[in-house]
Write a protein that binds this ligand. Sequence first.
Ligand SMILES: O=c1ccn([C@@H]2O[C@H](COP(=O)(O)OP(=O)(O)O[C@H]3O[C@H](CO)[C@@H](O)[C@H](O)[C@H]3O)[C@@H](O)[C@H]2O)c(=O)[nH]1
Ligand SMILES: [Mn+2]
Length: 731
Amino acid sequence: MDRGEYYSLFETKTDKQRVIRRLSAISLFVSHWFIWVYRFNHLPKDGGRWVWFGLLAAELWFGLYYLLTQALRWNLVFREPFPDRLSQRYEGRLPKVDIFVCTADPEIEPPTMVVNTVLSMMAYDYPTKKLTVYLSDDAASEVTFYAILLVSDFAKHWLPFCKRFKVEPTSPAAYFRQDCTLTADASWLKQLAQVKKLYEDMEKRIQNVAKLGRVPEELRSNHKGFSEWNSYSSLRDHDTILQILLDKKDPNSKDVEGSVLPTLVYLAREKRPQYHHNFKAGAMNALIRVSSKISNGDIILNVDCDMYSNNSQTLRGALCFFMDEEKGHEIAFVQCPQDFENVTRNDLYGNALSVIREVEFHGADGCGGPLYVGSGCFHRREVLSGRKFSDQYKKNWKTENDQVEETSLDELEEKSKALASCAYEENTMWGKEMGLKYGCAVEDVITGLSIQCQGWKSVYYKPPRKAFLGVAPNTLPQVLVQHKRWSEGDLQILLSKYSPAWYAHGRINIGLQMGYLIYCLWSPNCLPTLYYSIIPSLYLLKGISLFPKISSPWFVPFAYVILGTSIYSMYEFLWSGGTIKGWWNDQRIWLYKKSSSYLFAVIDTTLKQIGLSDLSFTITSKVVEEDVSQRFEKEVMEFGDSSPMVTLLATLAMLNLFCFLGVLKDTILSGLAVIDTMIFQVLLCGCFVLINLPLYEGLFLRKDKGRVPSSVAVKSIALALGACILFMALH
Ligand SMILES: O=c1ccn([C@@H]2O[C@H](COP(=O)(O)OP(=O)(O)O[C@H]3O[C@H](CO)[C@@H](O)[C@H](O)[C@H]3O)[C@@H](O)[C@H]2O)c(=O)[nH]1
Ligand SMILES: [Mn+2]
């Protein structure tokens, strides 16, 4: 046999659009140059120099930032694994896989959602003996424990049902939401009805307990596990709670057809007020240690509790990358995209991040591998435990790794508990050289970067049937808060020991280094964006032109940059599966993120750097109230709270509206002269007004609960008017 592409476990394809991408990139970058030249050569001699410098700085930033974004568009690659070949070669010797599901708050991450995710993970098409699912509960909630206890029972019916009928997706709630009655096979319909009833019973029982907020005494006495809560005093002060609910050593861990079930473990790590718990990173590290004792799987998959598996073949697909004889040994992690179940057609909040998912991550894969972005990522355990890369290293998958101790379950539980205690990490490298890194709001990205800096590669795996589906935030304030956390975390990485600006240089591919900078420099974008959305509009009021006249040749690069960038980004957006309206919504949400989330991220990071503020992690809510959900479906923006971010956005929108109305008045009074001298500025201001239409609606027209609260409306109008008057008075 000759060794060739045919025999490898995966294949890599290149990008067919690369010519369009590269040509547009070069021509647009050249136009940015012309803009810089124009600014340099046309410095006003009299006053107004500072404004000009500001514009120059903003345009330098935009141009250079544009250059960075092209790094992830230069060389896209697409991966396709061959699970059949994996099966042929390794079926009897597949590695053990540990799956970590993280949850942290039963109020905003409802236990019914968590159990569906857990069930979908247990139902992967994989030898169940080799699969262990861990639920980490940072809320140490009895209700969640009760729910997972019911799962250990329901799984006995659900898993064989999934296997027999090749159910997809394997999350029962999602499966029953589809129209399953199309096939009229009688035996199937009967079994469907049975399993559905069992599911609904379970759901009802969980919901009842969740409503109560605690588990009633008569239910508690049914399982020894509840006694672990006897010493519980508060969310931030309790012992480790660890229960192995299903295990192959236990004769009860069989499904109704007598097959072994995957191992199922509940863990709430110890919490003490004097120890920082380090959010999800802390939970993951406790899981890495505990699982090493219980199952010690070679591969670790982590998902957030809302991200159920939508494709039962993903696991086998991911293994093809790790186990490929030729390239597998370089790969530290395989990241799948994060898709969302609740994204509407025109994706009002840009939740799908489709261009990042369809373009940028493929580009990152073309230069060393995508970022690790938390949920939906498969890791090689050894790498997470701190193993350094070496070209000589080859894992021998053919030897079964079975160093797990053969002790009784009770003993095993006791021994493993110690690994999840607060004190365990004291004076160790956990959180630094081992496991996920601490001290950063995006523990995932910084961890992935440090792994790549050691020479490891990663792979972006986007199977045709979506791998995972989660719940995206569905109100504007929530989206803004989530992006504040992300952009803040990314900025922390820029300032950290692992900074892509210096540390990563020479350690990772230069394209990937630039790629990381795109995200790490998200938040500083707020400054040029705010400048561009305020200053030219205010100068309109004064009738001072800051851009070339329409009759000047210098007008061309400005027009080309704006039009070219927009057309290209629309092309990319449509190519990524979006709609035109979706593209317009996307532009709006990026503007909003840049002018609010990012500004607050910069401020908070600065405060943290000088020690005035602490790291926090605002968990995204995964529940929706009925009326909010209705507006979400109709794609009506939900402003409904008086957060400073919404106030800021409303103020900016009002300011642009006043300036635009001002210039309209001038045009009517003094004729069309404005059009020639200030067309660019008028259009810019007009675009801001146009893109803010939903915000004006929320301010003035809407009556529902999601509108902009009147206190915010008053504040923003006053502030915007004040700014205009002050500006006119001072200049
Ligand atoms: O103290 C904590 C806080 C959070 N979580 C879990 O972390 C996950 C992510 O939280 P979420 O509020 O859903 O954040 P997202 O912004 O949606 O998550 C993305 O971004 C995070 C980093 O900001 C990553 O941790 C996630 O994996 C990634 O999916 C959830 O499962 C939480 O239960 C914990 O386990 N412990
Ligand atoms: Mn989430």
